[in-house]
Design a protein around this ligand. Structure first.
Ligand code: PLP
Length: 244
């Protein structure tokens, strides 16, 4: 094994152990939680190694980096998740490789994704990104905060929009533990809130059962709350050289 390969293998084993322990503690089956490795800022070679090590889901947050990486890895059996704030002018590119867009947070984005999915005859999975920074967003139903996301009060309407949009599939909800607002420093409570919203969403859309929450620092809280997908970057790949 190369140094990098053994490093990634060791890190993956550690993360796997954490997920398994959290599942056990929560009385959940290990298969209920899917690991998505966030490969942003790391090269296609790392993605290839991860694939060889058994990773099946990877995530990226910037189209400029993700598009060439996905192209270089198009021979690999990977699902690509887009988790960054998405400008409508990048939609065409992102729909070219993303199986799931986890950062759907406004109507205009839904329209653009739908149009492109139909044009390219692809089906794009969509998660509504929920901003828990504030229960009430200043703009009513608009995006919140720098990290994106729709306020809690806008989730249902946006979910309906996705569910009705040709070419799109409503898969569920995503959040990032907020740094500000009532849930700052309360990851467990934030993820439990997301689970409640998921229960509401599933009453109208039973198949929209994905709950994407938890990163390197807080994946245990997410698993305990009931997340179906955790998004782990640093703990697998190392501390990123730059903010991404
Ligand atoms: C970078 C990123 C992650 C992974 O964060 P780590 O702390 O490196 O595990 C998860 N979700 C989103 C949306 C991200 O941008």
């Amino acid at each position: 094994m190369t140094d990098r390969r053994s490093e990634l293998a060791g890190n993956l084993a550690d993360v796997e152990e954490r997920i398994a322990a959290a599942c056990k503690a929560a009385g959940r089956k290990r298969e209920e939680v899917t690991l998505i490795v966030v490969t942003k800022t790391y090269p296609a070679e790392d993605v290839r190694i991860l694939s060889e090590l058994g990773v099946r889901h990877v995530a990226e947050n910037r189209d400029q980096d993700a598009a060439p990486k996905a192209a270089a890895c198009s021979d690999l059996p990977l699902s690509w998740h887009f988790v960054g704030q998405l400008q409508t002018n990048k939609v065409r590119s992102v729909v070219g490789y993303a199986d799931v867009v986890q950062s759907v947070d406004r109507a205009r984005l839904v329209t653009a994704l739908s149009k492109e999915a139909v044009r390219t005859e692809r089906e794009v999975g969509c998660l509504i990104q929920v901003a828990l920074d504030a229960e009430q967003s200043a703009t009513g139903k608009g995006g919140l905060g720098e990290r994106g996301g729709v306020g809690v009060e806008g989730v249902e309407e946006l979910g309906e929009l996705v569910a009705r949009a040709p070419g799109l599939r409503l898969d569920g909800l995503m959040t990032v533990a907020p740094l500000t607002g009532p849930y700052a420093g309360r990851e467990q409570a934030a993820f439990e809130r997301l689970m409640d919203l998921s229960t509401d969403l599933r009453s109208a859309h039973p198949a929209a059962n994905m709950v994407s929450a938890g990163m390197s620092a807080d994946l245990e809280h997410a698993v305990t709350a009931g997340a179906t997908h955790v998004r782990v970057g640093t703990a697998v790949l190392g501390v990123r050289p730059r903010l991404g």
